[in-house]
Design a protein around this ligand. Sequence first.
Ligand SMILES: Cc1cc2nc3c(=O)[nH]c(=O)nc-3n(C[C@H](O)[C@H](O)[C@H](O)COP(=O)(O)O)c2cc1C
Length: 367
Amino acid sequence: MTKVESLFEPLPFPCGAVAPGRVWLAALTNGQSHDDGTLGDDELRWLARRADGGFPVITTCAAYVGADGKGWAGELGVDDDRDLPGLRRLAEALRARGALGLVQLFHGGVRAPRAVTGAQPWSASTWTEDGADFEPPRPATEDDLARVIAQFAAAAARCAAAGLGGVELHGAHGYLPSQFLSRVFNQRDDRWGGALANRARLVRALVTAVRAAVPAGFVVGVRLSPEDFGYARGLDLDETVEVARWLCDDGVDFVHLSLWRVERDTAKRPGEHALPIFRAALPAAVPLVAAGAIWTAADAVATLERGAAAVALGRAAIVNPDWPRAVRAHGLAWEPRRPPLTPAELAALDVSPRFVEYLRRFKNLVA
Ligand SMILES: Cc1cc2nc3c(=O)[nH]c(=O)nc-3n(C[C@H](O)[C@H](O)[C@H](O)COP(=O)(O)O)c2cc1C
Protein backbone atom coordinates (compact mmCIF):
# COMPACT_ATOMS: atom_id res chain seq x y z
CA MET A 1 0.00 0.00 0.00
CA THR A 2 1.35 3.45 -0.86
CA LYS A 3 1.35 6.17 1.74
CA VAL A 4 -1.48 8.00 0.01
CA GLU A 5 -3.58 4.85 -0.10
CA SER A 6 -3.40 4.68 3.70
CA LEU A 7 -5.62 7.79 3.77
CA PHE A 8 -8.43 5.79 2.18
CA GLU A 9 -8.26 2.68 4.35
CA PRO A 10 -11.38 1.89 6.39
CA LEU A 11 -11.06 2.76 10.07
CA PRO A 12 -12.72 0.46 12.63
CA PHE A 13 -13.90 1.87 15.97
CA PRO A 14 -14.10 0.00 19.28
CA CYS A 15 -17.92 0.09 19.06
CA GLY A 16 -17.79 -2.01 15.89
CA ALA A 17 -18.67 0.73 13.40
CA VAL A 18 -16.22 1.38 10.58
CA ALA A 19 -15.41 4.77 9.05
CA PRO A 20 -15.02 4.36 5.30
CA GLY A 21 -11.79 6.39 5.26
CA ARG A 22 -9.37 8.56 7.17
CA VAL A 23 -9.77 12.10 5.82
CA TRP A 24 -12.59 13.63 7.82
CA LEU A 25 -14.44 16.91 7.60
CA ALA A 26 -13.72 18.76 10.87
CA ALA A 27 -16.52 20.46 12.77
CA LEU A 28 -16.97 23.89 11.19
CA THR A 29 -19.40 26.46 12.53
CA ASN A 30 -21.21 28.03 9.61
CA GLY A 31 -24.17 29.98 11.01
CA GLN A 32 -26.59 28.47 8.52
CA SER A 33 -29.14 26.91 10.89
CA HIS A 34 -32.55 28.47 11.42
CA ASP A 35 -33.18 30.70 14.45
CA ASP A 36 -34.85 27.75 16.23
CA GLY A 37 -31.76 25.56 15.70
CA THR A 38 -33.23 23.38 12.96
CA LEU A 39 -31.02 22.45 10.03
CA GLY A 40 -30.88 24.98 7.18
CA ASP A 41 -30.96 24.01 3.50
CA ASP A 42 -27.64 25.78 2.88
CA GLU A 43 -26.10 23.86 5.75
CA LEU A 44 -27.27 20.57 4.27
CA ARG A 45 -25.90 21.54 0.85
CA TRP A 46 -22.53 22.55 2.35
CA LEU A 47 -22.14 19.21 4.12
CA ALA A 48 -23.54 17.03 1.32
CA ARG A 49 -21.12 18.65 -1.13
CA ARG A 50 -18.18 17.54 1.04
CA ALA A 51 -19.61 14.02 1.19
CA ASP A 52 -19.90 14.11 -2.61
CA GLY A 53 -16.25 15.14 -2.68
CA GLY A 54 -15.26 11.93 -0.94
CA PHE A 55 -15.03 12.91 2.73
CA PRO A 56 -15.84 9.59 4.43
CA VAL A 57 -16.71 11.18 7.79
CA ILE A 58 -18.66 14.42 7.97
CA THR A 59 -18.76 16.23 11.29
CA THR A 60 -21.43 18.89 11.74
CA CYS A 61 -20.71 22.26 13.27
CA ALA A 62 -20.81 22.51 17.05
CA ALA A 63 -24.48 21.87 17.94
CA TYR A 64 -26.01 22.97 21.23
CA VAL A 65 -27.50 20.34 23.51
CA GLY A 66 -29.51 22.80 25.61
CA ALA A 67 -30.81 26.32 24.99
CA ASP A 68 -28.63 27.68 27.81
CA GLY A 69 -25.54 26.37 26.04
CA LYS A 70 -26.13 27.97 22.63
CA GLY A 71 -23.05 29.98 21.70
CA TRP A 72 -24.10 32.05 18.68
CA ALA A 73 -26.85 32.84 16.22
CA GLY A 74 -27.33 30.32 13.42
CA GLU A 75 -25.98 27.43 15.49
CA LEU A 76 -27.42 23.97 14.90
CA GLY A 77 -29.57 22.62 17.74
CA VAL A 78 -29.90 19.04 18.95
CA ASP A 79 -31.76 20.02 22.10
CA ASP A 80 -35.32 19.28 21.05
CA ASP A 81 -37.33 16.78 19.02
CA ARG A 82 -38.24 19.64 16.69
CA ASP A 83 -34.66 19.18 15.36
CA LEU A 84 -35.37 15.59 14.30
CA PRO A 85 -36.70 16.12 10.74
CA GLY A 86 -33.59 18.13 9.82
CA LEU A 87 -31.26 15.63 11.45
CA ARG A 88 -33.03 12.83 9.54
CA ARG A 89 -32.57 14.68 6.25
CA LEU A 90 -28.89 15.13 7.06
CA ALA A 91 -28.47 11.47 7.99
CA GLU A 92 -30.15 10.34 4.77
CA ALA A 93 -28.09 12.67 2.60
CA LEU A 94 -24.83 11.48 4.13
CA ARG A 95 -25.78 7.81 4.07
CA ALA A 96 -26.76 8.08 0.40
CA ARG A 97 -23.26 9.38 -0.30
CA GLY A 98 -21.54 6.65 1.72
CA ALA A 99 -20.34 8.97 4.50
CA LEU A 100 -20.55 8.51 8.26
CA GLY A 101 -22.23 11.50 9.91
CA LEU A 102 -21.08 12.76 13.29
CA VAL A 103 -22.84 15.54 15.17
CA GLN A 104 -20.58 17.65 17.36
CA LEU A 105 -22.30 18.01 20.77
CA PHE A 106 -21.66 21.41 22.35
CA HIS A 107 -22.37 23.49 25.42
CA GLY A 108 -20.71 26.90 25.54
CA GLY A 109 -20.68 27.44 29.31
CA VAL A 110 -19.37 30.98 29.74
CA ARG A 111 -19.20 31.26 25.92
CA ALA A 112 -23.01 31.00 25.71
CA PRO A 113 -23.78 34.70 26.14
CA ARG A 114 -27.00 36.23 27.43
CA ALA A 115 -27.45 38.01 24.07
CA VAL A 116 -28.04 34.53 22.55
CA THR A 117 -29.59 32.57 25.43
CA GLY A 118 -31.44 35.28 27.36
CA ALA A 119 -29.87 34.10 30.63
CA GLN A 120 -26.69 34.58 32.63
CA PRO A 121 -24.07 32.09 31.47
CA TRP A 122 -22.85 29.46 33.90
CA SER A 123 -19.59 27.61 34.22
CA ALA A 124 -17.39 25.86 36.76
CA SER A 125 -16.74 29.04 38.73
CA THR A 126 -17.15 32.77 38.29
CA TRP A 127 -14.55 35.18 36.96
CA THR A 128 -14.23 38.44 35.04
CA GLU A 129 -12.60 39.16 31.71
CA ASP A 130 -11.90 42.30 29.74
CA GLY A 131 -14.44 43.13 27.08
CA ALA A 132 -17.68 45.08 27.27
CA ASP A 133 -19.73 42.03 26.28
CA PHE A 134 -18.31 39.72 28.94
CA GLU A 135 -20.76 38.74 31.68
CA PRO A 136 -19.23 36.83 34.60
CA PRO A 137 -20.73 33.34 34.73
CA ARG A 138 -22.47 31.97 37.80
CA PRO A 139 -20.94 28.80 39.25
CA ALA A 140 -22.81 25.63 38.29
CA THR A 141 -25.20 24.07 40.79
CA GLU A 142 -25.65 20.31 41.13
CA ASP A 143 -28.93 20.78 39.24
CA ASP A 144 -27.13 22.48 36.34
CA LEU A 145 -24.69 19.59 36.10
CA ALA A 146 -27.35 16.89 36.29
CA ARG A 147 -29.31 18.76 33.63
CA VAL A 148 -26.42 19.20 31.20
CA ILE A 149 -25.41 15.55 31.54
CA ALA A 150 -28.99 14.54 30.71
CA GLN A 151 -29.00 17.01 27.80
CA PHE A 152 -25.87 15.53 26.23
CA ALA A 153 -27.36 12.05 26.58
CA ALA A 154 -30.72 13.09 25.11
CA ALA A 155 -29.01 14.91 22.24
CA ALA A 156 -26.93 11.85 21.39
CA ALA A 157 -30.02 9.63 21.53
CA ARG A 158 -31.75 12.08 19.16
CA CYS A 159 -28.85 11.84 16.71
CA ALA A 160 -29.02 8.05 16.86
CA ALA A 161 -32.80 8.11 16.36
CA ALA A 162 -32.31 10.34 13.32
CA GLY A 163 -30.00 7.75 11.76
CA LEU A 164 -26.69 9.53 12.18
CA GLY A 165 -23.56 7.44 12.75
CA GLY A 166 -22.25 9.03 15.89
CA VAL A 167 -21.35 12.08 17.91
CA GLU A 168 -18.21 13.97 18.81
CA LEU A 169 -18.35 15.56 22.27
CA HIS A 170 -16.79 19.00 22.06
CA GLY A 171 -14.37 18.88 24.95
CA ALA A 172 -11.93 21.33 23.33
CA HIS A 173 -11.46 25.04 22.71
CA GLY A 174 -12.50 26.36 26.12
CA TYR A 175 -16.21 25.51 26.02
CA LEU A 176 -18.06 23.98 28.98
CA PRO A 177 -16.25 20.63 29.41
CA SER A 178 -12.92 22.38 28.77
CA GLN A 179 -13.83 25.09 31.33
CA PHE A 180 -14.27 22.35 33.93
CA LEU A 181 -10.94 20.71 32.96
CA SER A 182 -9.16 24.05 33.29
CA ARG A 183 -6.96 24.85 36.26
CA VAL A 184 -7.73 28.54 35.59
CA PHE A 185 -11.50 28.59 35.06
CA ASN A 186 -12.36 25.82 37.52
CA GLN A 187 -11.79 27.08 41.06
CA ARG A 188 -14.32 24.78 42.75
CA ASP A 189 -13.53 22.96 45.95
CA ASP A 190 -16.29 20.35 45.67
CA ARG A 191 -16.23 17.04 43.77
CA TRP A 192 -16.28 18.94 40.42
CA GLY A 193 -13.06 20.90 41.02
CA GLY A 194 -9.58 20.79 42.48
CA ALA A 195 -7.77 17.54 41.68
CA LEU A 196 -7.71 16.46 38.03
CA ALA A 197 -10.04 13.56 38.78
CA ASN A 198 -12.60 16.13 39.94
CA ARG A 199 -12.07 18.57 37.05
CA ALA A 200 -12.46 15.64 34.64
CA ARG A 201 -15.64 14.44 36.34
CA LEU A 202 -17.94 16.39 34.02
CA VAL A 203 -16.47 15.30 30.69
CA ARG A 204 -16.30 11.71 31.94
CA ALA A 205 -19.92 11.87 33.09
CA LEU A 206 -20.94 13.23 29.69
CA VAL A 207 -19.21 10.38 27.86
CA THR A 208 -20.66 7.77 30.21
CA ALA A 209 -24.19 9.17 29.92
CA VAL A 210 -23.97 9.48 26.14
CA ARG A 211 -22.64 5.95 25.76
CA ALA A 212 -25.52 4.62 27.88
CA ALA A 213 -28.08 6.52 25.81
CA VAL A 214 -27.13 5.25 22.34
CA PRO A 215 -27.43 1.89 20.63
CA ALA A 216 -24.50 -0.51 20.09
CA GLY A 217 -22.42 0.44 17.08
CA PHE A 218 -23.05 4.18 17.48
CA VAL A 219 -19.76 6.09 17.45
CA VAL A 220 -19.01 8.22 20.53
CA GLY A 221 -15.83 10.31 20.21
CA VAL A 222 -14.40 13.26 22.04
CA ARG A 223 -12.45 16.32 20.89
CA LEU A 224 -9.82 17.73 23.22
CA SER A 225 -7.37 20.63 23.24
CA PRO A 226 -4.13 19.15 24.57
CA GLU A 227 -2.82 22.56 25.65
CA ASP A 228 -3.94 26.19 25.83
CA PHE A 229 -5.04 27.94 22.65
CA GLY A 230 -7.59 30.74 22.24
CA TYR A 231 -10.39 30.33 24.78
CA ALA A 232 -8.83 27.10 26.05
CA ARG A 233 -6.82 28.07 29.13
CA GLY A 234 -5.47 26.30 32.15
CA LEU A 235 -4.83 23.03 30.30
CA ASP A 236 -1.70 20.96 30.85
CA LEU A 237 -0.44 18.45 28.31
CA ASP A 238 0.17 15.66 30.81
CA GLU A 239 -3.21 16.23 32.44
CA THR A 240 -4.91 16.05 29.03
CA VAL A 241 -3.14 12.75 28.34
CA GLU A 242 -4.47 11.41 31.65
CA VAL A 243 -7.99 12.64 30.84
CA ALA A 244 -7.83 11.00 27.40
CA ARG A 245 -6.79 7.74 29.05
CA TRP A 246 -9.76 7.91 31.42
CA LEU A 247 -12.11 8.68 28.54
CA CYS A 248 -10.85 5.55 26.79
CA ASP A 249 -11.72 3.60 29.95
CA ASP A 250 -15.16 5.22 29.73
CA GLY A 251 -15.62 3.86 26.23
CA VAL A 252 -14.86 6.57 23.67
CA ASP A 253 -14.43 5.40 20.07
CA PHE A 254 -11.88 8.04 19.15
CA VAL A 255 -9.90 10.87 20.69
CA HIS A 256 -9.66 13.91 18.42
CA LEU A 257 -6.77 16.28 19.17
CA SER A 258 -7.37 19.85 18.03
CA LEU A 259 -3.83 21.06 17.37
CA TRP A 260 -4.36 24.16 15.16
CA ARG A 261 -0.82 23.67 13.73
CA VAL A 262 -0.32 19.96 13.31
CA GLU A 263 3.34 20.30 12.34
CA ARG A 264 4.22 21.94 15.67
CA ASP A 265 5.64 20.27 18.74
CA THR A 266 3.97 20.67 22.12
CA ALA A 267 4.41 23.94 24.00
CA LYS A 268 5.25 22.09 27.20
CA ARG A 269 7.96 19.90 25.70
CA PRO A 270 9.51 21.45 22.60
CA GLY A 271 11.02 18.65 20.54
CA GLU A 272 8.10 16.34 21.31
CA HIS A 273 4.91 16.11 19.27
CA ALA A 274 1.51 15.48 20.87
CA LEU A 275 0.60 12.54 18.63
CA PRO A 276 3.30 10.06 19.72
CA ILE A 277 2.72 11.08 23.35
CA PHE A 278 -1.02 10.37 23.20
CA ARG A 279 -0.52 7.28 21.03
CA ALA A 280 1.86 5.73 23.55
CA ALA A 281 -0.52 6.47 26.43
CA LEU A 282 -3.84 5.26 24.96
CA PRO A 283 -5.11 1.76 24.19
CA ALA A 284 -4.18 0.73 20.65
CA ALA A 285 -7.83 0.05 19.74
CA VAL A 286 -8.84 3.71 20.22
CA PRO A 287 -7.97 5.75 17.13
CA LEU A 288 -6.49 9.23 17.37
CA VAL A 289 -7.73 11.95 15.03
CA ALA A 290 -5.75 15.14 14.49
CA ALA A 291 -6.62 18.52 12.98
CA GLY A 292 -4.74 21.72 12.39
CA ALA A 293 -3.53 23.30 9.15
CA ILE A 294 -3.52 20.10 7.13
CA TRP A 295 -3.56 21.26 3.51
CA THR A 296 -1.76 18.74 1.33
CA ALA A 297 -1.80 14.98 1.01
CA ALA A 298 1.79 15.06 2.27
CA ASP A 299 0.61 16.89 5.43
CA ALA A 300 -2.07 14.25 5.95
CA VAL A 301 0.29 11.32 5.40
CA ALA A 302 2.87 12.84 7.77
CA THR A 303 0.15 13.19 10.42
CA LEU A 304 -0.77 9.51 10.09
CA GLU A 305 2.90 8.60 10.34
CA ARG A 306 3.12 10.50 13.63
CA GLY A 307 0.41 8.34 15.15
CA ALA A 308 -2.97 9.64 14.01
CA ALA A 309 -5.39 7.10 12.54
CA ALA A 310 -7.31 9.85 10.76
CA VAL A 311 -7.00 13.54 9.94
CA ALA A 312 -9.72 16.18 10.10
CA LEU A 313 -9.66 19.04 7.60
CA GLY A 314 -11.20 22.44 8.25
CA ARG A 315 -10.13 25.30 6.00
CA ALA A 316 -8.72 23.02 3.30
CA ALA A 317 -12.15 21.37 3.05
CA ILE A 318 -13.94 24.70 2.83
CA VAL A 319 -12.02 25.65 -0.31
CA ASN A 320 -11.49 22.08 -1.65
CA PRO A 321 -14.77 20.20 -1.25
CA ASP A 322 -13.34 17.39 -3.43
CA TRP A 323 -10.05 17.05 -1.50
CA PRO A 324 -10.29 13.25 -0.97
CA ARG A 325 -11.38 12.54 -4.53
CA ALA A 326 -8.63 14.73 -5.95
CA VAL A 327 -5.93 13.12 -3.80
CA ARG A 328 -7.22 9.69 -4.69
CA ALA A 329 -7.03 10.53 -8.38
CA HIS A 330 -3.75 12.48 -8.46
CA GLY A 331 -1.84 11.41 -5.34
CA LEU A 332 0.80 13.50 -3.63
CA ALA A 333 1.25 15.64 -6.73
CA TRP A 334 -2.17 17.28 -6.36
CA GLU A 335 -2.00 20.86 -5.07
CA PRO A 336 -5.06 22.04 -3.16
CA ARG A 337 -6.49 25.45 -3.75
CA ARG A 338 -5.53 28.00 -1.09
CA PRO A 339 -7.51 30.97 0.20
CA PRO A 340 -8.43 33.75 -0.03
CA LEU A 341 -11.41 33.13 -2.30
CA THR A 342 -14.03 35.65 -3.35
CA PRO A 343 -17.61 35.23 -2.09
CA ALA A 344 -18.60 34.20 -5.62
CA GLU A 345 -15.90 31.53 -5.73
CA LEU A 346 -17.02 30.30 -2.32
CA ALA A 347 -20.68 30.27 -3.41
CA ALA A 348 -19.68 27.95 -6.25
CA LEU A 349 -18.37 25.58 -3.54
CA ASP A 350 -21.70 25.62 -1.66
CA VAL A 351 -20.49 28.11 0.92
CA SER A 352 -23.50 30.42 1.27
CA PRO A 353 -23.34 34.21 1.88
CA ARG A 354 -24.17 33.61 5.55
CA PHE A 355 -21.24 31.25 5.95
CA VAL A 356 -19.02 33.71 4.06
CA GLU A 357 -19.93 36.39 6.60
CA TYR A 358 -18.83 34.07 9.40
CA LEU A 359 -15.59 33.23 7.57
CA ARG A 360 -14.64 36.91 7.44
CA ARG A 361 -13.61 36.72 11.09
CA PHE A 362 -10.79 34.34 10.10
CA LYS A 363 -7.69 35.90 8.62
CA ASN A 364 -7.24 35.64 4.88
CA LEU A 365 -10.07 33.23 4.02
CA VAL A 366 -12.38 35.60 2.13
CA ALA A 367 -11.03 37.95 -0.52
C1 LIG B 1 -14.91 28.66 10.15
C2 LIG B 1 -14.47 27.74 11.24
C3 LIG B 1 -15.41 27.22 12.11
C4 LIG B 1 -15.03 26.32 13.12
N1 LIG B 1 -15.98 25.75 13.90
C5 LIG B 1 -15.63 24.77 14.79
C6 LIG B 1 -16.61 24.07 15.53
O1 LIG B 1 -17.82 24.30 15.41
N2 LIG B 1 -16.19 23.11 16.39
C7 LIG B 1 -14.87 22.81 16.56
O2 LIG B 1 -14.53 21.93 17.34
N3 LIG B 1 -13.91 23.46 15.85
C8 LIG B 1 -14.27 24.41 14.97
N4 LIG B 1 -13.30 25.02 14.22
C9 LIG B 1 -11.92 24.50 14.26
C10 LIG B 1 -11.72 23.48 13.14
O3 LIG B 1 -12.50 22.31 13.36
C11 LIG B 1 -10.25 23.06 12.99
O4 LIG B 1 -9.83 22.35 14.13
C12 LIG B 1 -9.32 24.24 12.80
O5 LIG B 1 -9.86 25.13 11.85
C13 LIG B 1 -7.94 23.83 12.37
O6 LIG B 1 -8.01 23.04 11.19
P1 LIG B 1 -7.77 23.66 9.72
O7 LIG B 1 -6.46 24.37 9.78
O8 LIG B 1 -7.78 22.46 8.83
O9 LIG B 1 -8.88 24.62 9.45
C14 LIG B 1 -13.66 25.97 13.26
C15 LIG B 1 -12.71 26.53 12.39
C16 LIG B 1 -13.10 27.40 11.39
C17 LIG B 1 -12.07 27.94 10.44
